[in-house]
Design a protein around this ligand. Structure first.
Ligand SMILES: *Cc1c(COP(=O)(O)O)cnc(C)c1O
Length: 385
């Protein structure tokens, strides 16, 4: 089996479980993102929720891309990591007062608002500070991203966004308030989309909407198409860098921007997914009657995606050259869902081997919990070893 490239001598003494971020992969990914964005005139805002590790954030901020935040904590982390406030957007259905106030104080670019009551509160809090807040309205385009039910967000039945039939009234409402500016529309249809043609219905829905708004005399300065570009979990070794070029080309070809409009996007997973690996040591190899188990020191508390979304992560034994055998790779947590991968073929393993759980840079470390009173996983950037 092909294995990823890891500096074994340097990582073998790390305390596991530990997230290992490959700086070179991250930099190459960022280069691909910014090159495509410059070519097609996109303004990317990295979705901080995918990975808010300080070193990862700083590296992304250095490239000049913006940030997409979904909490006050993320806004503060983005500012601290060096993202320009005028490139920070703040989304989410339940922004609380302190989060709105902190974002106003930070002078972020805009709030992606999702309901009338929220807009009223932003207007009121901005007024108290003598400020005018920019508002993009998150629109529910009722487009199916054909992805996992728990990560599909663009359908009418989801809690996100404002439904199309209420949109014009909501825009007029925003325009009637003294302390907010209506500056654009925001969309996000889901996550881990691997077929770029999935974005075409979104573009078409936006085009249709734009015509209606134009006829109603409503000016829209910014279109934000959200995130959702997927990564190749099956093949991180040869398909490492996501196809930002193809994604942006598809959107550029199908989305009809009006003169002067700016196009924003919010990639999360695609920016950080492949640079991260969860390193874990085999604690025991247990032979059952029909299966053998590799019981590792990482659990669903360190990486919850397999338990939560049935997500696949490739697992390699990076310290063994023995012949392949089949193992269920499981964690130590007292939950039967604490399984990383069933029937995984990997090099024959023994206590002390290091397994690499690949493509774990997005929605990995950030979702770690202390359930079972476990310690949080460690994290290192390759260039600091
Ligand atoms: C989660 C999210 C993103 C990022 O999604 P990815 O699938 O990680 O690219 C972007 N925008 C919004 C509003 C989100 O909620």
């Amino acid at each position: 089996m092909t294995k990823g490239i890891f500096p074994i001598e340097k990582i073998k003494n790390l305390k596991t479980p530990c997230y290992y971020y490959d700086a070179e992969v991250l930099d190459k990914t960022l280069y691909a993102l910014t090159t495509a964005a410059n070519k097609y005139g996109f303004l990317p805002h990295y979705a901080v929720k995918a990975n808010a590790n300080e070193k990862v954030l700083k590296r992304i901020a250095k490239t000049g891309v913006g940030a997409d935040c979904v909490s006050g904590g993320e806004v503060l982390a983005a500012v601290a990591a060096g993202f320009a406030p005028e490139k920070i957007v703040f989304a989410g259905v339940g922004k609380t007062d302190w989060e709105i106030e902190a974002s106003l104080d930070a002078n972020i670019f805009c709030f992606n608002a999702e309901s009338v009551p929220e807009i009223e509160v932003i207007n009121e809090l901005a007024g108290k500070k003598g400020k005018k807040a920019n508002i993009e309205l998150r629109v529910n385009p009722n487009v199916d991203a054909h992805t996992h039910a728990k990560i599909t967000t663009g359908l009418n039945e989801n809690k996100f966004g404002i439904n199309l039939e209420n949109l014009q009234d909501t825009i007029k409402f925003v325009q009637s308030l003294p302390n907010v500016n209506f500056i654009g529309l925001h969309f996000h249809i889901g996550s881990q989309i691997t077929d770029n043609s999935t974005f075409i219905p979104l573009c078409e829905a936006i085009n249709k909407l734009q015509k209606e708004l134009k006829e109603a005399g409503i000016k829209v300065d910014n279109i934000n198409v959200g995130g959702g570009l997927g990564i190749d979990y099956q093949d991180p070794n040869t398909n490492t860098i996501p196809d930002f070029e193809g994604y942006m080309k598809t959107i550029s070809e199908h989305l009809e921007l009006l003169p002067g409009q700016k196009l924003h996007c919010e990639p999360g997973r695609s920016v950080v997914g492949q640079c991260g690996t969860l390193l874990t040591k085999v604690t025991y190899v247990k032979k059952g009657t029909v299966k053998q188990f590799a019981i590792v020191d990482a659990g669903m508390t360190d990486l919850i995606r397999p338990a939560l979304y049935d997500a696949y992560h490739k697992i390699e034994n990076i310290t063994s050259d023995k012949a392949e055998e089949t193992y269920d790779v499981v964690g130590p947590i007292c939950e039967s869902s604490d399984v990383f991968l069933k029937d995984n073929k990997m090099n024959g393993t023994q206590r002390g081997d290091i397994l690499a759980i690949r493509s774990a840079g997005a929605y990995g470390e950030i979702m770690a919990s202390r359930y079972n009173l476990r310690q949080l996983p460690g994290a290192v950037m390759s260039d600091e070893l």
